[in-house]
Write a protein that binds this ligand. Structure first.
Ligand code: AP5
Length: 216
């Protein structure tokens, strides 16, 4: 199963990719998570990425393409993967095709999770995440059992630095200017499956499963 999750910031790509990864036993590869870890650990990639991420801009393609190619070379990705947040523009999509042509084979499916802009802003405002294990919560839609603490590891939850309202608006603009073009790109290749991400989390998961049915 070689799948890309596509959609605007806050659409629920990460939430759904994490669930499907658990159900199907393939790794969930989030470029946002990889980059945030690199920033926390102050690696050369993290130092390069931080300024771009802080202002909601895309990290340069060559940095992200290399990061993904290295991750896809690891053995667990040999049995499939769910890419979340990559590719982000047609140039990254072509870079991914080249890597896959040398390794796993072509993509099976692209899941496009679409959500209204007003809902996106509300979702991002209510998002809290675990800095240790990466589990994502929402104050209303998916609250932790104990306020402020991760259900899985008990760590204090935090708000992402790029979830500040001004940065969110810039991220939405970047999405519309760059990433939205990928919807047509993958539609033309017959890979796109649309999912209504405005629905409750469980219903979205059912819709994603329906789109993936033939890609298993
Ligand atoms: P990244 O981490 O990929 O951020 P994003 O694409 O903006 O997506 P989000 O993580 O904000 O949202 P999501 O769709 O995963 O939603 P979630 O499931 O959390 O990227 C961050 C930055 O890294 C970028 O700005 C860029 O700088 C850089 N970067 C990353 N990839 C890059 C690339 N390829 N190239 C260049 N730069 C790159 O859900 C959101 C909230 O809503 C949560 O609280 C969740 O609990 C809740 N929720 C989810 N589903 C539902 C539902 N159905 N109903 C109610 N609430 C829900």
């Amino acid at each position: 199963m070689r799948v890309v999750f596509l959609g605007p910031p806050g659409a629920g790509k990460g939430t759904q990719a994490a669930r499907i990864a658990g159900l199907r036993g393939v790794p969930h590869l989030s470029t946002g998570e990889m980059l945030r870890r690199a920033v926390r650990e102050r690696t050369p990639v993290g130092l390069q990425a931080k300024g771009h991420m802080d202002r909601g801009a895309l990290v340069p393609d060559d940095v992200v393409d290399r990061l993904v190619a290295e991750r896809l070379a690891q053995s667990d990705a040999g049995r499939g993967f769910l890419l979340d947040g990559y590719p982000r523009n047609p140039a990254q999509a072509r870079a991914l095709e080249q890597v896959l042509a040398r390794r796993q084979g072509a993509l099976d499916r692209v899941v496009y999770v679409h959500v209204d802009d007003d809902t996106l802003v509300e979702r991002i405002a209510g998002r809290r995440g675990c800095p240790k294990c990466g589990t994502v919560f929402h104050l209303a839609a998916r609250p932790p059992r104990k306020a402020g603490l991760c259900d899985d590891c008990g760590t204090a939850l935090v708000q992402r630095a790029d979830d500040a309202e001004t940065v969110v608006r810039d991220r939405l603009k970047v999405y519309h200017d760059n990433t939205a073009a990928l919807v047509r790109y993958y539609e033309e290749r017959g890979l796109l499956g649309r999912v209504d991400g405005n629905l409750p989390i469980d219903e979205v998961t059912h819709a994603v499963e329906a789109v993936l049915g033939s890609a298993a």
